[in-house]
Design a protein. Structure first.
Length: 106
């Protein structure tokens, strides 16, 4: 059932109290959905954005594809990552998954 059907069913019921209770139940479901799904996802996205903005030269990181390397240069939206001696690649900041050594601190 979609949301429109729920509203139509709530409005067409004979008893006024049961219509309000259906609307109250729908509102309760929306509130629960917000606190268990949307809010934690927003917090996680904010934390990831702060991590990517705090990247600095010299940090050892892992990309989302699993490539390990050391940050050589940080640009506005990308960075230069040294993956081997003398081998540098430019990648987007959004491709950085985590800092090596950070998981040991937790």
């Amino acid at each position: 059932m979609n949301l429109l059907n729920i509203f139509l069913m709530a409005g067409n019921q004979q008893g006024g109290a049961s219509g309000w209770s259906s609307m109250l139940m729908l509102l309760l479901i929306i509130v629960i959905f917000y606190f268990f799904m949307i809010r934690p996802q927003s917090a996680r996205a904010k934390k990831e954005k702060q991590f990517r903005e705090s990247l600095q030269k010299g940090q050892k990181v892992v990309t989302i594809s699993g490539m390990h390397g050391k940050i050589v240069e940080v640009k506005e939206t990308s960075l230069i990552l040294e993956i081997a001696n003398g081998v540098n690649v430019e990648i987007e900041k959004s491709a950085i998954a985590l800092e090596i050594g950070a998981e040991k601190k937790k």
